[in-house]
Design a binder for this molecule. Structure first.
Ligand SMILES: Cc1cc2nc3c(=O)[nH]c(=O)nc-3n(C[C@H](O)[C@H](O)[C@H](O)COP(=O)(O)OP(=O)(O)OC[C@H]3O[C@@H](n4cnc5c(N)ncnc54)[C@H](O)[C@@H]3O)c2cc1C
Length: 396
C-alpha cells in the first residue's frame, strides 16, 4: 500500500550520522534571517575567495547536488537506481556568464548527458533550460516582437540551432528530453520552439517534452489545445507538469508594469489546476506522455488514483513522477517501491556556479511563520522512529 508516511523507506540509505547532518542543515535553513544574510555572505565569500568552498561542498551542496561533473554524479545515479529503482535526470545547472562560449559549453554538457542516457534505464530523461543556451534579453526581445539587429538575428539562429541539435541527438539516441519552463515574458518563445520540436520528433513516440506551469491561469486551455493538435496531426504530446518556480518575480513584474498578473490568486487555485492538468493528461493518455514534477503529496496521490481508475499500470511508460534530488525522498522512494516510474532531477556543476540554485533551495526550505518545514519534519519523524527502535532493542 502506498504511504508517504513511511520514513524508513525514505531514509533507508542514510546513516544516523548523515541523518543528523541533514537535520542540522534543514534546521539552519529554517531560519529566514540566516538564509537572507547567508545568501549575501556566500556571494561575498566566493568573490573574495574565502576558504569556504570545502564546507559548502560537504554540506548544502552534498544535500542537493550530484557532483561537479558527470563522473562525480555516478555514485548518486547508482544509489538512486540500485537502492530504490529511481532514475536520474542529470541537470547541468551551472549559471554562467551570458556569452556564446558558456552557451556552447552548456549545450555540450547536455549532449554528454544524452550520450550517457542512451540505452541506460538509470537515466530516463535529459533536460535543458533555454536560458542556459541563450541570452535572456535576446529572448525577451524576440517574444516582445522587437526588431532584431542583423547580429541579433544570427544570434537567435544559433540558439535555435543549439536546441535543434539537442533534440535531434535525443531522438537519434532514443532519449526523452525536457525543456524546462521559465518566466512568462520568455515562455512564448520557449513554447513555440518546443511545439516545433514536438511535431518534428514525437511522431512515433514522445521524445521532446515541453513544461507547463499550472500557477499560470491560462495553461489549462493551452494544454488542451496542445493535446488536440497532437490528436489531429497524429503525434505524441510530451509534457512535464509543474506548479511553477517564478511566482514572486512574475507578480512583481506585473505590478511594476501595471498588467494583470498571469499567476493564480491563491495556492488552492494552483493546486486545483495542477490536479486538473493531471486528469486531462490521463484522460488523453493514448496521445500524451507526461511527467508530474512535484513535491506535493496530494497531487501525487491524485495521479496514482487516476491511474488506478483508468486501469493504467503503475509502471506504464507514459507516466512519470519526478522530484528534486535531496528533497521529498518520502514521495520518490515510496512511489518507486510501489512500482511507479520515478526520477530525480540531479543538478551538477562547479560549486560556485551552482550557488544561485542552492540559494533557491535554501529559500524554499525557510520556515513560514515559524512552522517546521516539510523536510525537517520528515527527518525528525525518522530520528524518533530510529530512537524508538533502538530503545526497544535495548529494553529486555
Ligand atoms: C522535477 C521537477 C522539475 C521542475 N521543473 C520546473 C520547470 O521547468 N519550471 C518551473 O518553473 N519550475 C519547475 N519546478 C519547480 C516547481 O514549479 C515548483 O516550484 C516546486 O516543485 C514546488 O511546487 P510543488 O508542486 O512541489 O508543490 P507545493 O509545495 O505544494 O507548491 C508550491 C508551489 O505552489 C505555487 N504557489 C504557492 N503559493 C501560491 C499562491 N499564493 N498563489 C498561487 N500559487 C502559489 C507556486 O508555484 C509554488 O512553487 C520543477 C520541480 C520539480 C520537482
Amino acid at each position: 500500500m502506498l504511504s508517504f508516511l513511511n520514513t524508513e523507506i525514505a531514509f533507508k540509505g542514510r546513516s544516523n550520522k548523515e541523518l543528523n547532518q541533514s537535520f542540522f542543515l534543514f534546521k539552519m535553513m529554517g531560519y529566514p534571517s540566516l538564509v537572507k544574510y547567508g545568501k549575501g555572505f556566500l556571494r561575498f565569500a566566493f568573490k573574495v575567495q574565502l576558504p569556504i568552498r570545502g564546507i559548502i561542498k560537504k554540506t548544502i551542496y552534498k544535500q542537493f547536488c550530484g557532483g561537479e561533473n558527470i563522473n562525480e554524479c555516478n555514485h548518486v545515479i547508482n544509489e538512486l537506481y540500485g537502492g530504490y529503482h529511481v532514475g536520474t535526470i542529470l541537470d547541468y545547472s551551472a549559471e554562467g556568464e551570458a556569452i556564446e562560449a558558456s552557451f556552447e559549453y552548456c549545450k555540450n554538457e547536455v549532449l554528454k548527458t544524452i550520450a550517457l542516457a542512451k540505452g541506460n534505464r538509470r537515466i530516463p530523461f535529459s533536460v535543458f533550460k533555454i536560458t542556459g543556451l541563450a541570452r535572456f534579453e535576446l529572448l525577451v526581445k524576440v517574444q516582445a516582437k522587437e526588431e532584431l539587429s542583423a547580429e541579433e538575428s544570427l544570434e537567435f539562429d544559433r540558439v535555435k540551432a543549439r536546441i535543434e541539435e539537442l533534440c535531434k541527438a535525443a531522438a537519434d539516441s532514443d532519449v526523452r528530453i525536457f525543456m524546462d519552463g521559465e518566466e512568462t515574458w520568455i515562455q512564448k518563445v520557449i513554447d513555440e520552439i518546443a511545439e516545433e520540436m514536438i511535431v518534428r520528433y514525437n511522431k512515433e513516440k514522445a521524445i521532446v517534452f515541453n513544461t507547463i506551469q499550472l500557477y499560470r491561469n491560462d495553461r489549462i486551455l493551452y494544454l488542451k489545445e496542445q493535446i488536440l493538435n497532437a490528436r489531429n496531426l497524429g503525434y505524441f504530446y510530451g509534457v512535464k507538469l509543474v506548479r511553477g518556480a517564478y511566482m514572486e518575480k512574475e507578480r512583481k513584474r506585473a505590478q511594476v508594469n501595471a498588467y494583470d498578473s498571469p499567476i493564480n490568486k491563491t495556492k488552492e487555485e494552483t493546486d486545483r489546476l495542477f490536479n486538473k492538468a493531471i486528469t486531462i493528461c490521463i484522460e488523453n493518455i493514448d496521445s500524451v506522455n507526461f511527467c508530474a514534477g512535484t513535491h506535493n503529496e496530494t497531487s501525487c496521490l491524485h495521479l496514482t488514483q487516476m491511474m488506478a481508475q483508468r486501469g493504467i499500470k503503475n509502471n506504464d511508460h507514459r507516466v512519470y513522477f519526478a522530484q528534486l534530488f535531496g528533497m521529498s525522498n518520502h514521495i520518490s522512494f515510496n512511489l518507486a517501491a510501489e512500482g511507479y516510474n520515478v526520477a530525480k532531477y540531479v543538478p551538477y556543476g562547479p560549486v560556485e556556479k551552482l550557488l544561485p540554485y542552492l540559494i533557491r533551495r535554501a529559500k524554499e526550505n525557510t520556515s513560514i511563520a515559524g512552522q517546521t518545514g516539510r523536510e525537517l519534519r520528515l527527518i525528525i519523524t525518522e530520528k524518533r522512529r530510529r530512537d524508538t527502535m533502538e530503545k526497544s532493542r535495548i529494553t529486555p
